[in-house]
Structures are given as structure tokens and as C-alpha cells.
Ligand binder design. Structure first.
Ligand SMILES: Nc1ncnc2c1ncn2[C@@H]1O[C@H](COP(=O)(O)OP(=O)(O)OP(=O)(O)O)[C@@H](O)[C@H]1O
Ligand SMILES: [Mg+2]
Length: 394
């Protein structure tokens, strides 16, 4: 066989002869042939081809659905579309559904051969690059920072916890800004996003770790950030399913993914919450915040979240006055897991565009958040497991 590549072809039975001939002339080994629908994924799973070649002709609905399903079920399988519909619109639809390449007919066998070869070489290089980067295929953990009231310190906690986790555990930490309308992690870190979660979500079907990382900002604090969309309209277009896909991929290349959320409940946030090992529910000691926090705790309980998964973080965002820790625990009937003091370093850090844990290593708030990171992540090794590891072992 030499370096002949193996493929499966996906085409209506009555038109298969033509495609079969083209593929054979391109010196590709046909492992099997499938029609549209679930058969294609079944056969691909069974035969492990290098590439799938899918024919796209009118009516396009069914082949496109097949393409989409294949991309979802077998995200690592590169799919080349061949089609006599060479216009932009079909090209765009095919790429959105997950095609890695689109070849317009009339097509020479040599072009098909070159396309498949090129694809596999790129994939090989990516694999090597990823392995060299020390990334494991192990799943990272999602930590969602949550509240049902705005301005309570979610973004502050999310970004600083992420930076502290990166420093404490020496592991890879990503931040996903799901405040899709008004997210401000980029503001806090003082950068102008080149790409955002909108780019990742729009390409969710064909995202791989390398492409995803190219959308993320590598901040000087050591974390990788996928910032919120630049325009609120873009945020509205992002659905829960896309967020789930983005997160699924993020946990493949990050040990921790910290998710910042908006003050309102949205489907994308629910998707992140469901994927979380840990939910940090942030509150302040103000009456209004506490009342809403109580409702949030009840909701989370009704949705089946256990108390070890949902941890209450009391952030003294405005002042040290207000209900005491004990009163709060009694009123909410919930234990406070962590407290973060009010600290001028928090606002001062905003001015320098760095997380306060990076800019002010000796601040009180820094100590609190670094200790929180240690409690959650341990020392990044097995002998000192943190909360996340203990939760996972159950
Ligand atoms: N522990 C703290 N000490 C002092 N200031 C704080 C503290 N925590 C947060 N702040 C300040 O409170 C303000 C609100 O914080 P932040 O933006 O993190 O809240 P948020 O919950 O993300 O808000 P939104 O719901 O609008 O996204 C910010 O100006 C922040 O600097
Ligand atoms: Mg915020």
C-alpha cells in the first residue's frame, strides 16, 4: 500500500461509480462506501479511514446534514467535499457544516490526491505540535463563576482565580467569557480582542485545539482568554450547543477552564454550568445580593446541583459592613466556602490592566484568591489534591 491513503466515500448508490473511479485514479484506497445518513458515521467508525470524501449535489439538505453529523460524531475525521455546485453559497454551507476542503467539479484525480495529501500532512504537523506542547488528552476541569446579580465581582474573581491557578498549579488555564453582551475580561486585562468567542462559536463545527488557541489571547499573567464578542448582536447569535462544543474542546487543551458569566441566566451559561466540576456562586453581603443568592441556591438545588459542586464565595466588593459571615450562613442556610476581602488593590490593578494577583502579590485580596486557587487546584500534583480532584474522585 505504501503511503496510499485510505478513504470512505459517501454518495448516493446510483452515482457512486463516477466518484469511485475518480478516487481510485487518485490512488486512494477505498475502505467502504456509504450513502447519506447514519450509515456514513457507522462505517467511518468501523473502518478508521484517513479521510471521508462526501459528494454534495442537489438536493443538498441531506448531504449537509450527514456532513454535520459526521463532524460532530467524529471530529477528528477530515472530510473533503466534492461538488459540481461550485458557488460561494454552497462552499460556505459545506465549510460551516464541517468540511475541511471543498473541491469543485470538474475535478482531476491529481487535484483530489493533492488535497487529501495536503490535509493529512497538516493534521500530522498539528498533532506533532500539540504533543510537543505537552498537552495531554486528559480532560481539564470547568469552573463556572456565577451570580444572579450584576457588579458583584464575578469577572474580578474569574480572571484572578485563573491567573492564580496558572501560577500555583503550573498548569494550563483558559478563561471563557460568556458574558456575551457586555463581557469585560478583555477590559480588565487591558487588551483589544482580535478574535472572540464569536469566532470560536461560528466555527464550532470544525474547531480543533490549534484553531481555538489562535482565537485566544495569551495574557502576560499566563492565562489564555477567549474574550466576549465585540458587538452585543454577535453575542445573541451564539447558542448553547456551540458553547458546549467550544467548551468540550477547551477542556482538551486546558487543565482548567474558568468561565465568567453575565448576571442573567442564559442558555449558553446553563450549558457551561452543566459542564462544570465546580460552580462558584459569588455574592456580596448586601441585602439585595443575599436575597437573590438565596433564590439562586434554591434554583441550583432544584436543578440537581449538589452542595459540594456549588460553593459560595463572599466577595466584599464594596465594604466590610453588612451582615457578618455567620448571619449570612444562617440566612442562606449555606456554608460560605471562601471570603475575599475588599481591597484597594482590586481597583488599582484595573488601572494597570493586570489581574491584582499579578500586579499586587502582597495584597490581602491576592492572598485570599491564591489560597482559593490552592484549595481548588491543590499544588498541581497528586500528593496534594485540591477540591476539584476530590470532587472528581467520588
Ligand atoms: N474584593 C473587591 N475589593 C474591591 N473592589 C472589588 C472587589 N471585587 C470587585 N470589585 C470591584 O467591583 C466592581 C465590579 O466587579 P466585577 O466587574 O468583577 O463584577 P461582575 O459581577 O463581573 O459585574 P457584571 O455583572 O457587570 O459582569 C469592579 O469595579 C471591581 O473592581
Ligand atoms: Mg462581569
Amino acid at each position: 500500500m505504501g503511503d496510499e491513503h485510505s478513504v470512505i466515500i459517501i454518495e448516493e448508490p446510483e452515482r457512486r461509480a463516477e466518484l469511485r473511479k475518480l478516487v481510485a485514479t487518485a490512488q486512494l484506497t477505498i475502505l467502504d462506501e456509504a450513502g447519506y445518513g447514519s450509515e456514513a458515521a457507522d462505517l467511518a467508525r468501523e473502518h478508521h479511514p484517513d479521510v471521508a470524501i462526501l459528494s454534495l449535489e442537489e438536493p443538498v439538505a441531506r448531504p449537509l446534514r450527514t456532513l454535520e453529523a459526521l463532524t460532530l460524531l467524529l471530529p477528528k475525521l477530515p472530510i473533503v467535499v466534492v461538488s459540481s455546485l461550485g458557488d460561494r453559497e454552497h462552499l460556505r454551507k459545506a465549510m460551516q457544516a464541517g468540511a475541511r476542503d471543498f473541491l469543485a467539479k470538474p475535478l482531476r484525480a491529481a487535484d483530489l490526491q493533492a488535497a487529501v495529501k495536503g490535509l493529512l500532512e497538516t493534521d500530522g504537523r498539528r498533532r506533532v505540535a500539540l504533543e510537543a506542547g505537552g498537552k495531554s488528552l486528559a480532560q481539564g476541569e470547568v469552573i463556572t463563576v456565577y451570580s444572579v446579580k450584576g457588579g458583584i465581582g464575578k469577572t474580578t474573581v474569574a480572571v484572578n482565580l485563573a491567573a492564580a491557578l496558572a501560577r500555583q498549579t503550573k498548569q494550563r488555564v483558559g478563561v471563557l467569557d460568556l458574558d456575551l453582551q457586555l463581557g469585560d475580561t478583555a477590559v480588565l486585562l487591558n487588551f483589544l480582542p482580535e478574535y472572540t468567542v464569536f469566532d470560536a462559536a461560528s466555527n464550532a463545527g470544525r474547531l480543533d485545539p490549534e484553531l481555538l488557541q489562535s482565537y485566544m489571547r495569551h495574557d502576560q499573567s499566563g492565562i489564555y482568554v477567549l474574550p466576549a464578542p465585540m458587538r452585543p448582536e454577535e453575542g445573541e447569535e451564539i447558542g448553547a450547543e456551540q458553547v458546549k462544543q467550544v467548551l468540550d474542546l477547551m477542556v482538551k487543551s486546558f487543565d482548567y477552564v474558568v468561565v465568567d458569566t453575565p448576571p442573567q441566566i442564559s442558555d449558553p451559561v446553563a450549558a457551561a454550568r452543566d459542564a462544570s466540576t465546580l460552580v462558584l456562586l459569588v455574592t456580596t453581603q448586601e441585602v439585595l445580593a443575599l436575597r437573590r443568592t438565596k433564590v439562586a441556591l434554591q434554583m441550583l438545588r432544584t436543578w440537581g446541583y449538589s452542595e459540594d459542586k456549588v460553593k459560595l464565595v463572599l466577595n466584599h466588593a464594596y465594604s466590610m459592613n453588612g451582615a457578618s459571615g455567620k448571619d449570612i450562613e444562617a440566612g442562606l442556610d449555606y456554608k460560605i466556602y471562601w471570603q475575599i476581602p475588599n481591597d484597594t488593590a482590586v481597583v488599582a490593578a484595573l488601572k494597570v490592566g493586570l489581574p491584582f494577583v499579578t500586579a499586587y502579590p502582597n495584597a490581602k485580596a491576592t492572598k485570599a484568591v491564591v489560597d482559593l486557587a490552592r484549595a481548588i487546584g491543590g499544588a498541581g500534583n497528586r500528593s496534594q489534591p485540591g477540591l476539584v480532584n476530590r470532587l472528581l474522585r467520588r
